[in-house]
Design a protein around this ligand. Sequence first.
Ligand code: GLN
Length: 483
Amino acid sequence: MSGRIAKLSSMLKRGEISAKELAEGYISRIEREDGLLNAYASNTFEYALSCADEADKLIRSGRATALTGIPMALKDNICSDGHFTTCSSKILQGFKPYYDAAVWEKLRAQGAVMLGKTNMDEFAMGSASETSYYGAPSNPVDLSRVAGGSSGGSAAAVKADIAAYALGSDTGGSIRQPASFCGVVGFKPTYGAVSRYGLIAYASSLDQIGPLAYSVEDAAIIYDAIRGQDARDQTSLTTASGATSLDIDVSSLKVGVPEEFFGEGVDDEVKEAIEGAVKLFERAGAKVKRVKIPAFKVALPVYYIISCAEASSNLGRYDGIRYGYRAENFADIDDMVVKTRTLGFGKEVKRRIMLGTYVLSSGYFDAYYKKACLLRGRIISEFDGVFGGCDILLTPTAPTTAFKKGTKSANSTQTYLADICTVPASIAGLPAVSLPCAAGAGGLPIGLQIIANRLCDGTALSAAAFFERTSGISSENCGEVKL
Ligand code: GLN
């Protein structure tokens, strides 16, 4: 399947449409359809038109790249100079950053056209985007269902084509799981491959920015444009992790299937779909072997201890003084901070701040935080062991297809279980892509997750491109848009 980006880009370069006309077309689709979808937290239409003017100049001067003039969206936690960036939280209402995130700097320089910021779980905490201050986005395949989270707005916008592509962030699955639920491609790069400068922090040792796109080819183009070392992000990698070529010799590929990812809680239709994908690799000559990652069983608690600990520290800065919202009536400065945080943060964010402060507090630090860090080391070394004999791992992205709105958020433990297949790669900093691989009951998309070794981002994407090409299953035909 050829990508959406290549198609639009060639129309622009041939002069069949101008970047301005293309942007206007997307803007009117957003105006028509986003009332139902709620995929956007805010729009930047005027800015989009000025970006489009710049893009048209680049095209006329013959300096256009694949992304010049392509209308896209940023998740509401990625900063851009002078535009609302609120993490879909009340506490950041009115906040406009004074600078561009590194990823937007790079895309803007290529003449990308930003339509707005996409709706998300508050501070990226959630798996259904239902913790958003703006209410949840809907899944374009079935409006009564969630779009996944936390980058639910990005996934919904891409699926419904009210953004040609979008950026999301992934701490424990927030790019891959919504991609799986909406039937699009989502890619979380190796930790450190893409600069986090200008990404509002949730859990800094896990956060990564990546693309949500209509095809694997699109995801690779976007990844190529945003990756690279950045001195402003101390964890940014100096070693390049490539994507440029999507060619792969599948007959010499060693594919691992980790059995723990197919355990209790994973729906039968999901297991069958992934086994079908495994067979497709096998038929093409790949050597498939069943592997074990026993530490899988501790991945979820390890993730929630580490991410909450880091969040409790990162979110300490929202005090009503420096950013966004401030409570109105207060007696003194302490009262102001307490009231601002009490009224500004939602329930799930507060729960995580409390959990995080608890696991970091003296007397509990060794029992929880330190133990989680030790177990993180074990998970990493088990993956290292498996990648000694495998090039990629095939697993489900999520244990189920998109669930009905309002059915899981009341019970957090159940929502946390939605991340069971995505958090292991996050903990180990590994690149992982989710792409549509089958339609389940009700025509709902099922995502295949391909995990590769650290810095082997190109391998994950090439294997995904092979699957998309060979299976004929893609965002285009997996999960029909009902709008
Ligand atoms: N659902 C996970 C969480 O709530 C992952 C979120 C994310 O990747 N940002 O933490």
